[in-house]
Design a protein around this ligand. Structure first.
Ligand code: PLP
Length: 400
């Protein structure tokens, strides 16, 4: 009998974290690896937000906060949801957690019974299917490819819904594809969901603030769905606060109360200091924030640069991601090509090859539900991006 429980034995380790670790290990051995596998902005937390965190320490916010979060933060989140997304939530409907990841597992623990189906559009963020399996739900993948800009259609969603469907996990802007659903595309999905009153929606809006040439659209605008909508968001990406570990949900009362109960037994509240810093983040109107504008402008320049560079590599098919900080080239045209001990049969094979031959760390698409692709994060400085494109091109040219 194994010491380790089946639920953990059957869980895949996070491919993104694994790749970051491997590139750090190679760097520690003195190898000059460029790491394009990171899922966090390379910017620092804005000064005024940091100052709010320091003030929280000095003001002794060092005791247990209330399980669902400090009231001032939950009120600030309600104001943010009204200001930015035009939707009304009450503070009792907000649960603040230790990052967005924790907020998602709380929701799944609170809602999913064994055998319940959870629809996950693919390519997806690596953790969704693993979390669903962890709570004994059944992940139901709905596949989109580069041909549809990695977006699923209303017809695909309709076809995936059964009488066992409990939840749809939706993510736009997307990790790993960087794609952003338009209002019309989301409305088409919402129209399908309206016909299925038992299906809930968990909308992961963590990349809300990072979009280019397009508007972010929240699921909250479909008011007919509000009693079945759980919005998940947080400060990690838009405010460069990944290490502060604050995420939240806004949900129907019953679901918020259930998440509060789960959190009360499992973790208690998120760090009070980080919560106080997050109040400062939530109070900022993104339209007025110079820090945000600067970060998004830089991401957009890099997207353009990386996209142009990748387009020029034979066998790389790229589309035009308009959000987050990822690009997801389809490299299936190179399948069957070889160099030395390497034969490329999947995105993971390409990631291994590029790490070994190009000293560039990126993540194969396999664990994102698309083995034809690789994920490149451009949350790193321009000089490194230019050099990594050169290295990728040089390594790929060796394949025959
Ligand atoms: N959702 C998506 C799509 C993400 O990419 C991430 C982080 O990589 C998260 C949620 C989790 O965010 P957090 O760092 O706040 O836990």
């Amino acid at each position: 009998m194994s010491v380790i429980a089946n639920r953990v034995l059957s869980m895949a380790a996070s491919a993104t974290l694994a790749m970051s670790k491997r590139s750090q290990e190679m760097q520690a051995q003195g190898i000059d690896v460029i790491n394009l596998s990171v899922g966090e902005p390379d910017f620092n937390t804005p000064e005024d937000i940091k100052a709010a965190g320091v003030a929280a320490i000095n003001n002794n916010f060092t005791h247990y906060p209330p399980v669902p979060g400090f009231m001032d933060l939950r009120k600030a989140i309600c104001q943010k949801l009204k200001r930015d997304n035009g939707v009304d939530f009450a503070p009792e409907q907000i649960i603040v957690s230790n990052g967005g990841k924790h907020a998602i597992i709380n929701v799944l623990l609170a809602m999913v019974n064994p055998g319940d189906e959870v629809i996950i559009p693919a390519p997806y963020w690596v953790s969704y299917p693993e979390m669903v399996k962890f709570v004994e739900g059944v992940p139901v993948e709905v596949r989109a490819t580069i041909a549809s800009d990695f977006k699923i259609t209303a017809a695909q969603l309709e076809a995936a819904i059964t009488d066992k469907t409990k939840l749809l996990i939706f993510n736009s802007p997307s990790n790993p594809t960087g794609m952003v659903y338009s209002k019309a595309e989301m409305k088409a999905l919402a129209d399908v969901l309206k016909k299925h009153p038992n299906v809930y929606i968990l909308s992961d809006e963590i990349y809300e603030l990072i979009t280019f040439d397009c508007e972010f659209e929240s699921f909250a605008q479909f008011t007919e769905l509000k009693d079945r909508l759980i919005i998940m968001n947080g400060v990690s990406k838009g405010f460069a606060m990944t290490g502060w570990r604050i995420g939240y949900i806004a949900a129907p009362n019953e679901i918020a109360a259930a998440c509060n109960k789960v959190q009360g037994q499992m973790t208690s509240a998120a760090s009070g200091i980080a919560q106080k810093a997050s109040v400062a983040a939530m109070m900022q109107d993104p339209k007025q924030s110079a820090d945000l504008k600067n970060m998004v402008a830089r991401f957009k320049q890099r997207r353009d640069m990386v996209r142009e560079g990748l387009k020029a590599i034979p066998g790389f098919k790229v589309n035009n991601p308009t959000g987050a900080f990822y690009i997801f080239p389809d490299i299936s045209a190179l399948f069957g090509k070889k160099y030395g001990q390497y034969t490329i049969k999947s995105g993971d094979d390409m990631a291994e090859f590029l790490l070994a031959e190009g000293h560039v760390a990126l993540v194969g698409g396999d664990s994102f539900g698309d083995a034809n692709s690789i994920r490149i994060s451009y949350a790193t400085d321009e000089a490194k991006l230019t050099e990594s494109i050169r290295r990728i091109k040089e390594a790929v040219a060796k394949l025959a």
